[in-house]
Design a protein around this ligand. Structure first.
Ligand code: ZN
Length: 254
């Protein structure tokens, strides 16, 4: 009987994809192609395996031979766990899966919704800077090669399709201070996704924006909807407070 620590290690390796096992077989009949020594097994040996209650057959990927069958690796060796060992190993495996599962709110997107709290609408640098805003915007967008930082879209001046400058704020929810953290050079579509609420008000095609967000983030519509709902909840909470606006290093432009 393998020790608990050994079985836990097997669970870790299985979870990390370092192990190929009978559970990965597309068809149980492929067992003899994948774990080749099984073909040469005598009836006596096979009976011993049954008597030993063998439940899990596996091998480490580093032992795989150069050939593959139906997209599966092949091995000249194999290892086994009996039913009791396999049960403990899978218990560890399930626990591990549960621990490593990311909670939904931790899903990090490349393209997010950035809703500005209601009471700080108009508190942005653009309003404070007046006419010098365009110059700053041009300079920063030039530095970003007039390319969207998020999706890589390139500005097309001839067709009057320009990149935008987007302010990224950090919110200190304890002291209610919002700090201008950085600027992004973005395409009109990514910008419209950032300002989701405003885009809805303007009657933009939200289906198209959803498709764009899902494609850039590699997420499902459901995951995106969850993100939008959570952003809206956060926005509602933030909108109940008065915010101190800190323009950080950019205050020198005002
Ligand atoms: Zn973009």
């Amino acid at each position: 009987m393998k020790s608990d620590a050994e079985l836990k290690q097997i669970a870790i390796d299985l979870h990390a994809g370092r192990i190929f096992s009978d559970r990965h077989l597309k068809d149980p009949a492929d067992m003899r192609f994948v774990f080749m020594p099984i073909v040469f097994m005598t009836d006596k040996h096979r009976q011993e395996m049954i008597d030993d209650n063998i439940d899990f057959i596996y091998e480490y990927m580093e032992e795989a031979g150069p050939r593959s069958v139906n997209g599966m690796p092949t091995f000249m060796s194999y290892r086994m766990l009996n039913r009791a060992e396999s049960k403990i190993m899978f218990k560890h495996y399930e626990e591990l899966k549960e621990t490593l599962k990311k909670p939904e709110e931790e899903l990090k997107f490349v393209l997010e919704v950035h809703l500005v709290p209601e009471k700080s609408f108009g508190a942005n640098l653009r309003t404070k800077m007046g006419s010098s805003w365009s110059k700053l915007s041009r300079n920063i967008r030039d530095r970003h090669q007039r390319t969207c930082d998020i999706c890589g879209w390139k500005e097309d001046a001839q067709r009057k399709k320009y990149t935008h400058l987007h302010e990224v704020w950090h919110y200190d929810d304890e002291n209610h201070v919002q700090t201008l953290a950085e600027f992004e050079c973005v395409c009109p579509t990514c910008h419209a996704v950032h300002h989701w609420g405003y885009s809805q008000l303007r009657g933009m095609n939200m289906k198209k924006l959803t498709e764009h967000a899902c494609r850039i983030n590699g997420c499902t519509r459901e995951e995106w909807k969850t993100h939008v709902d959570e952003s809206r909840k956060k926005w509602q909470e933030r909108s109940t407070h008065e915010w101190t606006v800190d323009l950080g290093t950019y205050s020198k432009y005002c």
